[in-house]
Design a protein around this ligand. Sequence first.
Ligand code: FES
Length: 167
Amino acid sequence: MSFTFDYEANAEKLAEFESFIDKEKSKKGSLMAILHKGQHLFGYLPIEVQQVISKKTRIPIAEIYGVVTFYSQFSLMPKGKHEIGVCLGTACYVRGAQSVLDEIKTELGIDVGQTTPDLNFSIEATRCIGACGLAPVMTISGDVYGKLKASEIKNILNSYRTEEVKK
Ligand code: FES
C-alpha cells in the first residue's frame, strides 16, 4: 500500500527540513539526526523525503532506505489517527492474542506495521505492556482493552470509526 506525499501541503516543513540538512550534513554521523528530524516533521519517511536527503547529502538512496527500514523508530508509512497496539507478550499470546490480531487485520484489511488508506488506523504488535492480568490486551489511542475475544473486535473498532465508514 502506498500513500501519495503531498509536496504542496508539506512545503513549509520541506523548507525547514532542507535547511536542517544543510546545517547537519557535514557533521559526522549526521544521517541519523536527519532521519529523526524527518520522521518528527512529516510523521514518516516516504521515498520522496528520502530523495530530498539523498540529493542534499549525496548519500545513495539505497543506503538511506536501508537505514530507514532497519530501525523500528522510522516508518515508511504515515501512522493512523488511531494507533492499535496488540500485545504479543507471553501471557497475552497464550490467551489468544494471535486470534485477536488476526481479527483486527481482517477487519481493517491491513497487516502489522501498516495504515488504512483513510489514515484512520494503524496496527503495531507490542511487547508486554504490564497488564498481563487482563490478557489478551490491546490499546487503541491509549485506551486499554483487556480479556479480549476476537468476536468483540468489530464493535470496538466501530467506536473509533467515523460515522460514514462504520460497517
Ligand atoms: S504479556 Fe500482554 S500485557 Fe503482559
